[in-house]
Ligand binder design. Structure first.
Ligand code: GLP
Length: 253
């Protein structure tokens, strides 16, 4: 592992399916061992195989075991677009319903996201941050990586103290996520509500998942740069329990 900064200790697996299996296993283990701690969840293409693997693992459990996982489930998603709600298939809320809430038979009230339809998004961000705090913070936090180094929707530049807030998305991020909006970045909402680095870094443990060759350049930056506001994911390096899972396609080699 030539360029890796030692404390990052990335785990490089053959492909995205192997990464998804590892993450699903970690999520399930955490859920069983720490049933009282909320999970921190993410959306995006990286997470689709993760939730698919989790569904398969849950379906393989006995009915009482499955019920044990379901009962008391509480999760908080990182982010949501302003202006989109669960009835819009492009919202993160709808993605969670499709990939997790419905197939697992969870009560939607157990799967929290910021309300993208709130009339006052700034107040909604404050409310959501307070809700996470009232739940005792996040246990295991799952994270994807943006091409510009964002985690959640914490766009650069971003200090590590940034808390849950409403912000304007960068052109690069709207371009990255355009595929879900008919390919046109102009169709991607301009604003989002996201948990901040403050809430993310306060989680008990972090799992950063990086797959696909499109992420190689930003992963190389993450491996090489000291923590800095220009690369929000770089602040994760300061967390004592960070797991970095990478597939061979993303690995800079
Ligand atoms: C998106 C989301 C993140 C996601 C990341 C990577 O914009 N805000 O929560 O983890 O960027 O997305 P993808 O997995 O689609 O590459």
């Amino acid at each position: 592992m030539p360029t890796a900064i030692p404390e990052l200790a990335p785990q490089v697996l053959p492909d995205a399916a192997a990464v998804a299996e590892r993450v699903a296993s970690l999520l399930l283990k955490t859920r069983l061992e720490q049933p009282g701690r909320p999970l921190g969840l993410a959306t995006g293409r990286t997470m689709e195989p993760v939730y698919a693997a989790l569904r398969l693992r849950l379906n393989a459990l006995s009915a009482p075991e499955r019920e044990h996982v379901r009962r008391g489930w509480q999760s908080f998603n990182l982010d949501e677009y302003v202006g989109l709600g669960p009835d819009d298939h492009t919202s993160f809320a709808a993605a969670m319903q499709r990939q997790l809430t419905q197939p697992l038979g969870l009560d939607p009230a157990q799967v929290h996201l910021p309300n993208g339809l709130a009339s006052d998004p700034l107040a909604e961000a404050r409310r959501y941050g307070a809700q996470v705090a009232a739940a005792g913070g996040i246990g295991l936090q799952l994270l994807g990586l943006g091409l510009n180094g964002h985690v959640g929707f914490n766009e650069p530049p971003c200090p590590p103290e940034a808390a849950c807030r409403c912000l304007v998305l960068s052109d690069q991020t709207r371009q990255q996520n355009a595929a879900g909006f008919g390919g046109d970045p102009q169709n991607v909402p301009r604003r989002a509500i996201t948990l901040g680095l403050a809430e993310i870094l306060a989680a008990d443990a972090l799992v950063l998942v990086v797959t696909g060759s499109a992420k190689t350049a930003v992963l190389r930056r993450l491996l090489q740069e000291q923590p800095n506001a220009g690369l929000p994911a770089s602040w994760l390096r300061g967390h004592p329990r960070l797991t970095l899972l990478v597939d061979a396609a993303a690995w800079p080699g």
